[in-house]
Design a protein around this ligand. Sequence first.
Ligand SMILES: *Cc1c(COP(=O)(O)O)cnc(C)c1O
Length: 371
Amino acid sequence: MVAMDEFHPSNRILMGPGPSDVHPRVLKAMATPLIGHLDPEFLRIMDDIKAMAQATFQTKNDLTFVVSAPGSAGMETVLVNLLEPGDHALICIHGVFGGRMKDIAERCGAEVSTVEAPWGEPINPDDVKAAVATHRPKVVAIVHAETSTGVLQPLEEISDIVHDAGALLVVDAVTSYCGTDLKVDDWGIDAVYSGTQKCLSAPPGLSPVSFSARAVEALDNRKTKVQSWFLDLTMVKNYWAGAKRAYHHTGPISAMYALREAYRLVLEEGLENRFKRHHDTHLLLKDGLEALGFTYLVDPSYRLPMLNAVKLPAGLDDASTRSRLLNEFNIEVGGGLGKFAGKLWRVGLMGESCDANHVNMLLSALKTITN
Ligand SMILES: *Cc1c(COP(=O)(O)O)cnc(C)c1O
């Protein structure tokens, strides 16, 4: 075989459900020369990343680190470590990602029950209250920002219900993290996971996670080995924080350089400013999309700023319009997932993709296409 050509991707504008655009400083950090994953300089970078993960999760949890794999691996890390065969897990499902948590919990050998809400609506706390009274679960899991529907799930009332029942609260914050407020300590979240390619605007492939003292106690009280070798926290945590920093797996060096730079950008901006930017830019997009005939799926009180789930105007074809956006304008927007395939668009305003220029580019491309 002859050598292949060098790959030159098109200059895409990423406005889908992730990955989002990445700041040039983050790309530059990825081109930094490699050092060993046990080099004292690399261990210092891991410590920096842990401190910035704690700051952005708004937590003091000591067991806060980054799983060397994407958001779904964070989900799996949390569930395989907290669930043993026979444990009861109550999974809240109001979109695709709640369904993924249920699948993983079942694979852990847990007994699983569910609380559901129609897609496009949040979970009703009263339903959680009734279900925990019936099932007395060990773990209740819920998605904070349902990327398949655009719903922002309020968590505080549900957190009280879960803790009154003596259970642990697991939260999927893959899409909400660094784009809207997420107070891990104040809201009593026991285990949380996210991803790097959404509002954090780093390349995909890593998953920040954090565990409360109560969650660590549940880990310490396990009677069986964690089903997954790679994700077993009893070993991983020695690489991240143990006195000896023992080898567990080869850390993804370049991705960690990128994450450290992405975190620096978040903290330079400040969390409150970043949340406000996502909110304000969402309102700008909303006005423009509604003027073109798009309508929002979700009620304004539960709408995500960074993931705009909109129904298409009559007469606008999903697949051909998205392919024109991509091929003629270099703009990626997301289609509907699951039962919304073909019916809905998911327009992302995440991290570096969240500014007025992105909004104006998309709206003007849509005006050209629909005229
Ligand atoms: C994107 C996403 C995931 C999965 O993350 P990957 O990095 O694609 O594995 C999980 N949950 C939610 C809510 C997401 O938006």
